[in-house]
Structures are given as C-alpha cells and as structure tokens.
Design a protein around this ligand. Sequence first.
Ligand SMILES: Nc1nc2c(ncn2[C@@H]2O[C@H](COP(=O)(O)OP(=O)(O)O[C@H]3O[C@H](CO)[C@@H](O)[C@H](O)[C@@H]3O)[C@@H](O)[C@H]2O)c(=O)[nH]1
Ligand SMILES: [Mg+2]
Length: 195
Amino acid sequence: MFKPEVRIQQTELLSDDWYTLHKYTFALQQADGEWCHQSREVYDRGNGAVILLYHPERHTVVLTRQFRLPTYLNGNPTGMLIEAPAGLLDDDHPEDCVRREAEEETGYRVHHVQKVFEAYMSPGSVTEIVYFFVAEYLDDHRMHAGGGVVHEQENIEVLELPFAEALRLMHAGEIKDAKTIMLLQYAQLHGLVQP
Ligand SMILES: Nc1nc2c(ncn2[C@@H]2O[C@H](COP(=O)(O)OP(=O)(O)O[C@H]3O[C@H](CO)[C@@H](O)[C@H](O)[C@@H]3O)[C@@H](O)[C@H]2O)c(=O)[nH]1
Ligand SMILES: [Mg+2]
C-alpha cells in the first residue's frame, strides 16, 4: 500500500484558549512522486474513552443525557444529547479514564471492563482517538447518583433504559451520538444484552 511522504513546513497556533487549534502547512508526496502543497486546520483536545454499561439479567443499559452546545448550533433544537458515559483521558490510561468517567457520570463503579475497539471520530479535522469499552453493571455497584463533576458544571442526567428501548431510540434518530450508536450496535451484534 502507498505510504505518502509528509513534510510539515509551517505550524501556526490559531487558538489555545481551551485546547489547541493549529494551522499546518505541509507537502505531501503523491504516488506519482509529485509533491502537492496543502494547509489544514487541526483541533487537538487529546483522546477520549467511552463505555457501555449493560445489565446481564435485566437487559438494560445506562446512558447519560446532557446539554451539548455544538449540537444545539447544528440542528438539535434542545441541545440535549443521549450518550454513553465518556470523557477525555487527561493523560490517564484509557481504562482508568473510563472507570473514572463511568463513576463520576453515572455513579456506577465498574469492575471488569472489556476494550472492544478504538476509532478516530473526525479524522479530517480532529486528532482525537476514542477508546471503546463495555462492562456489566449490577445494582450494588452504585456508589452515588452520578451527574458528573459539579465544579465542571457537568449537570448530567442518568438514564437506565431497556436495551430494546435504546435500540428503538437509535433507529428513531433520538440517539444521535456516534460513539453511543457504535456501542449499542456492538452490543446487539455480539449478543451482550437481549433486546
Ligand atoms: N470552560 C470550558 N470547558 C470545556 C470546554 N470544552 C469542554 N469543556 C468541559 O470539559 C469537561 C470535559 O468532560 P469529559 O466528560 O472529560 O469529556 P466529554 O465532553 O464528555 O467528552 C466525551 O464525549 C465527547 C463527545 O462525544 C468526545 O469527543 C470525547 O472523546 C469524550 O468521549 C466538561 O465539563 C466540559 O463541559 C471549553 O471550551 N471551555
Ligand atoms: Mg463526559
């Protein structure tokens, strides 16, 4: 398979207010040996991790609901989005991150977590890789009500739904978050939970 030669020629910082947005100017060698010059803006907010919590006997899943401004600005009238618990790694190992986020956001302390895949979620402009996990949850794994970190104004609602209802919401377009759809489809494909 062709492996292009890349030469980064210039890196310009456009914003570093929260995470970083850079503009890269670079040369890319084509398969015919010719060089083509391009520039691309790249947003780097680190990597993330997400987890689907499923109940092996009750056939339910635990999801979150929270306000997401970018969706409000692009076609989501309430801005509220249903998502599997997730967060940014903040230099943590993906598995440590996903345990922390699951507990902060839903109150469930998970025991065995299984990594299922990893994926670039928006490869044309965002560097982020998201690590995907699944884990069983049981009622006595619940430490508190969840809701996220108060000083970060997370204000997260916790939803425990029958798996069949989560699939229905996905097909109806009411679950519209890519990482969540990927995990629900993984669970269905591998028979983790009965719909
Ligand atoms: N002040 C400020 N806070 C921000 C900004 N951007 C994010 N935050 C805050 O930073 C915290 C990040 O929370 P996490 O739980 O670590 O991340 P997440 O936003 O849930 O990210 C997850 O979902 C994303 C969207 O699907 C994924 O991109 C990401 O990888 C991860 O899975 C949240 O409190 C969020 O409001 C910003 O520009 N300014
Ligand atoms: Mg989060």
